[in-house]
Write a protein that binds this ligand. Sequence first.
Ligand SMILES: Nc1ncnc2c1ncn2[C@@H]1O[C@H](COP(=O)(O)OP(=O)(O)OP(=O)(O)O)[C@@H](O)[C@H]1O
Ligand SMILES: [Mg+2]
Length: 254
Amino acid sequence: MSALVDLRGLEKVYTTRTGDVHALSDVDLQIEEGEFLAIVGPSGCGKTTLLKILAGLEEHSRGSAAIGGHPIAAGNGDVGMVFQKATLLPWRDILSNVLLPLSLRRRPTAADRQKALDLLRMTGLDEFSGKRPHELSGGMQQRAAICRALVHDPSLLLMDEPFGALDAMTRDILNVEVNRIWRETGTTAVLITHSISEAVFLAERVIVMSPRPGRIVDEIEIPFGKERRLDLLGEPDFAALTSRIRSHFEVSHA
Ligand SMILES: Nc1ncnc2c1ncn2[C@@H]1O[C@H](COP(=O)(O)OP(=O)(O)OP(=O)(O)O)[C@@H](O)[C@H]1O
Ligand SMILES: [Mg+2]
C-alpha cells in the first residue's frame, strides 16, 4: 500500500526583496494513513513551511508533493489545520466556529451540527457550544480549534505548535486528549512542536530537522503503542528517546 503523504526531493526557496531564502532542502518523507508523526527542529528551519505545503497554502519550488496519490493543490480541502493560536472568530459562538470549514462551502446540515456537537462532547466542551471564544480558557479555545479542524473529516490533521502558549499542566491534559481523538477518529496526524517530550509522548515516529535549509537528519520510531498515558513520561525508555532527540540540539562547545 502506498503512503498517504509522499514528499520526494522537496525544496522550498522563498524569493524576497532582500534575496532568496532556502527554507527546505531535499525533504523525502512518506506518511502512512492513520500514522501520528511529529516534527521537531530549530526555529526557522522550515517546519511551518512544510506544513503549509501539505495544506496547499504554499507552493514548493522543486520535487514532488502528493496526498492520496494526487499532487497537492491549493484548497483541495482535505486537511484540517490547527495553528499556534486558536484563531476562533470572536463574534461567533463555539458551535458555529467549529462548523466554519463546512459553512464556507455549504449550508451546514443537521448531520453536520451533530458531528460538531459530537466533537465538542469528545473534547469536554459540550456545555460551551453556545458560548463565545472569550468566555473559554486558552486550553478550551485550543480544543475548539481542534474540533474545527476535524469537523469535515479531513484525511490529514496538521497541528503547528498547537499548545505552545499553554501552561505545562493544561498541555499534558490536552496531549492525552489529542491521543484519544487520534485513536477514536483514525485520522492521520502531523504535529510540529518545540517540546521533545510532547513529540515522543504523542507520535509513533519523530522526524528531526536540521537548521535552515531544513532537511531531515534523524527519524525515530516510538514503540509505545497507540494509547499513551501520562505515566509514560516517567519511564526510562521515554527518557532515552527524548535524550536521543535532544542530542541533535546540543550546542557543541569544543
Ligand atoms: N512567506 C515567506 N516569505 C519569505 N520567507 C519566509 C516566508 N515564510 C517563512 N520564511 C522563511 O523561511 C524560513 C523557515 O520559516 P518557517 O516559518 O517555516 O520556520 P519554522 O521552522 O516554522 O520556525 P519556528 O519554529 O520559529 O516557527 C525562515 O528563514 C523564514 O524567514
Ligand atoms: Mg513555525
